[in-house]
Design a binder for this molecule. Structure first.
Ligand SMILES: Nc1nc2c(ncn2[C@@H]2O[C@H](COP(=O)(O)OP(=O)(O)OP(=O)(O)O)[C@@H](O)[C@H]2O)c(=O)[nH]1
Ligand SMILES: [Mg+2]
Length: 197
């Protein structure tokens, strides 16, 4: 988090993280579309739409005295580009961990989570996290697996964590997840970004 006293702006970094193809890019684009800013998201991706390095976009909100600037990234889930992920995470203030709930993806979700754990060490449990259980339109029935995942990750050790169901392709739960993360990052503020902002 960076306080810029010159232009009275508070800069916050948020990263969408998770295994390949879980829906990180779709989530970011969906979030930005709530603010009619989808076209401002910069993606470095391959010809088939897979993220090579990261997606990046900025959401800026003016308060009475201070402005809030969210720098929003998604890390690539492709392991071929895994070496880029620590750079994307550098200085992060909050994470949205996008889970792919297909049973066969459980191991990929775990692996991606363990990567974060290794990178952040003991500080991991202090980072505000919203787990986005994505693709709920097609995998609703397989939610039982998520209990396994939650106990695997030591859910209760975190200071600020919650689980939200999302459908990134139609935006369901996406803004709600983002708002939840902001509330975690600024527990003392009453911030709730609505679609009319
Ligand atoms: N049915 C359904 N499909 C989704 C949902 N979210 C994403 N997808 C699809 O899943 C595929 C992967 O989505 P991306 O957003 O590119 O995934 P990603 O996590 O950015 O993938 P990488 O950049 O490769 O790590 C795309 O075909 C999306 O349309 C969802 O909520 N429901
Ligand atoms: Mg992507």
């Amino acid at each position: 988090m960076i306080f810029n006293y010159d232009n009275k702006t508070l800069q916050v970094k948020i990263v969408y993280y998770g295994p390949a193809m879980s829906g990180k890019t779709t989530s970011i684009k969906s979030l930005f579309s709530f603010f009619n800013k989808e076209h401002t998201v910069k993606s470095i991706d391959s010809s088939v739409g897979r993220t090579l390095f990261f997606d990046f976009g900025v959401l800026h909100f003016e308060g009475a005295e201070w402005g809030l600037k969210f720098l929003i990234y998604s890390a690539t889930g492709q392991d071929f580009y895994a070496s880029t992920r620590p750079a994307t995470l550098n200085g992060v203030d909050g994470l949205i961990f996008v889970v792919d709930p297909q049973i066969e993806c459980l191991e990929y979700n775990r692996r991606s989570w363990n990567e974060l754990k290794t990178l952040f060490g003991s500080n991991f449990y202090n980072i505000p996290i919203v787990i986005s259980l994505n693709k709920c339109d097609i995998f609703e029935k397989k939610n039982l697996e998520i209990d396994d995942f939650l106990s695997y990750i030591d859910y209760h050790r975190f200071r600020h964590i919650s689980l939200k169901k999302t459908i990134a392709i139609n935006g369901k739960g996406v803004l709600d997840s983002f708002n939840e993360l902001i509330r975690f990052i600024f527990p003392q503020l009453n911030i709730n970004l609505s679609i009319n902002n």
